[in-house]
Design a protein around this ligand. Structure first.
Ligand code: GLN
Length: 550
């Protein structure tokens, strides 16, 4: 059987959830026993999102092979079993970089190098590479970032048009649009969808399925209208309404409208009906109404951006699913914690606190205060990457008495460089793609909180950092009750630290949030939510402070 390709484009506005939709379709196809690969194209010129400010781009998702990629890959990971690597995400920057490097080497044999065919050929070769990354991939789902009509996405549109022209039986196009409800008119409007499909057709792409993002299910009459104007059969106009409670409802919503059966028919794929049992069982727990509430505070500096800590939020939800509790996440902007002059009043009221990864000076001291608050009040604390560095600096300052202890990232001249640059980083000049990136093995000490979670002596986790704990201080830390329970396999780098005289205060130098699924929650998130639940049971009176926080 030849490999099949599904191209997913977006129209009308951005942020329609193309990544979630692509991931959901991928899951439904996997449920039918098909093996899939996922590929995201991003039309911007950055080589990868690694150097972008999270306010611009949201989270940077890291793959095992050290790729710094778009956050949609996080959706792919959580919804599917597709293998993800650098191959799974390509930007215009990477594509042009490859073409220009080839040109400099004389690879085009004197020809004029042009967007068509050279850039489009490079794009097509990335699609083939995604199909070939594993044996027997049945379907490749290719998501094109941006919105139809954008200047920068044109080469991608042209490339997928050519790709389909070359394989007419093996490709379909799905277009995701927005069907707004205009309150003043009291009407749902299909015109933006008609226009965006028109824009697609001008490029030579005719969608096979139109997915309509909308607030409420679309009446048949409107689907008929879209069908007529857009040249798509009515049953291929599918609504994707806002979910009630959880994004994990999306695959089942699409399945109810038979999208997977339709795709298989269009691509001539003979499969059994989708087996979605495990996902449904998970969702039953999510949608169950009465559950004890656990409130987790996140103290970070990109807290106002909806997507900056995407995988962290999701992983906490997975931990809640595993513990059968309801989760409330309270966001604290670390810089603002000081504003009232009383940290306790600013952040009190949660059952556990998490400090996620981050870079630079802004917001550092607020995180240190949060760590101190958790340590001294014995409230569960989970530090991710920078969150562990903060936890160790706080410990050095207030438990070891090294008052000016710091990370050299913030204070290069500190007397006590508790966190210092990785030696391999000292000669690095470029910012992009040069951190300690990707999966590394780590030994777990028996009898530790970490071992309690993982239940095995060797684990692999993904990294993205330049600084690390300075082992010169290790003995002093240990003498004061810190335990270094995870160490780089065959190495000395401290990867996990935890406080002995505390119910659950643990930091990791890696990013466990990139390896958690709703159906396979990450063990550290499970244990953190469990510890927070225990805390909430022994401290049932919740203050309202958390509600009034940012
Ligand atoms: N800024 C810190 C470092 O580079 C932490 C990075 C992170 O949290 N991802 O080491």
């Amino acid at each position: 059987m030849s490999t099949k390709y599904i191209f997913i484009t977006g129209g009308v506005v951005s942020s329609l959830g193309k990544g979630l939709t692509s991931a959901s379709i991928g899951q439904l196809l996997e449920g039918r026993g098909l093996s899939i690969a996922m590929l995201k194209f991003d039309p911007y010129l950055n080589v990868d999102p690694g150097t972008m400010n999270p306010f611009q781009h949201g989270e940077v998702y890291v793959t095992d092979d050290g790729g710094e990629t778009d956050l949609d890959l996080g959706h792919y990971y959580r919804f599917t079993n597709a293998s993800l690597s650098r191959i799974s995400n390509a930007t215009s920057g990477q594509i042009y970089d490859a073409v220009i490097k080839r040109e400099r080497k004389g690879g085009y044999l004197g020809k004029t190098v042009q967007v068509v065919p050279h850039v489009t050929d490079e794009i097509k070769s990335r699609i083939i590479a995604a199909a070939k990354q594993e044996e027997n991939v049945n379907v490749v789902l290719v998501e094109i970032g941006g919105t139809v009509g954008d200047i920068e996405s044109l080469p991608f549109m042209e490339a997928i048009r050519q790709f389909r022209y070359e394989r007419p039986k093996d490709c379909i196009n799905i277009h995701l649009t927005y069907v707004p409800y205009l309150k003043a008119a009291g009407e749902v409007k299909t015109k933006p969808t008609q226009h965006s499909v028109q824009a697609l057709r001008e490029i030579g792409i005719i969608p096979d399925i139109i997915l309509c993002r909308c607030e409420q299910p679309l009446p048949d009459e409107l689907k008929g209208k879209i069908s007529l104007f857009c040249n798509v059969p009515q049953e291929a106009v599918i609504d994707e309404k806002d979910v009630e409670k959880s994004v994990y409802e999306v695959p089942l919503d699409l399945h109810r409208q038979k999208i997977d059966a339709m795709i298989c028919r269009m691509l001539d794929l003979k499969t059994p009906d989708a087996d979605l049992k495990e996902w449904k069982e998970m969702l039953d727990i999510v949608l169950e109404p009465e559950k004890p509430l656990v409130r987790i505070g996140i103290v970070g500096k990109y807290i106002d951006h909806q997507d900056a800590y995407k995988s962290v939020f999701e992983s906490l939800h997975h931990g809640a699913i595993a513990n059968g509790v309801q989760l409330e996440i309270v966001r604290f902007e670390s810089e603002r914690i000081f504003e009232g002059g009383n940290v306790e009043a600013a952040i009190a009221g949660c059952d556990g606190y998490l400090v996620p990864g981050g870079f630079g000076e802004r917001g550092w001291e607020g995180k240190v205060l949060a760590a101190r608050y958790c340590r001294t009040n014995k409230i569960p604390y989970f530090g991710l990457c920078l969150g562990m560095q903060v936890m160790l600096v706080e410990f050095a300052r207030h438990a070891l008495g090294l008052e000016s202890a710091h990370s050299t990232e913030v204070d290069p001249n500190t007397l006590y460089p508790i966190i210092s640059m990785l030696s391999e980083q000292k000669h690095v000049q470029n910012l992009g793609g040069t951190m300690r990136l990707g999966a590394y093995p780590c030994d777990i000490a028996p009898g530790s909180l970490a071992y309690d979670a993982y239940k095995k002596p060797l684990i692999w986790e993904r990294h993205r950092h330049r600084y690390e704990f300075n082992n010169e201080y290790k003995q002093r830390f240990e003498e004061h009750g810190m335990r270094f329970s995870g160490t780089l396999h065959n190495g000395v780098l401290c990867e996990i630290s935890e406080l002995k005289e505390h119910p659950w205060m643990l930091g990791v130098q890696f990013h466990p949030e990139f390896k958690s699924k709703p159906t396979a929650p990450h063990p550290l998130f499970v244990q953190f939510v469990k510890a927070s639940r225990l805390y909430s049971q022994s401290n049932p009176q919740k203050t309202d402070a958390a509600h009034s926080s940012c």
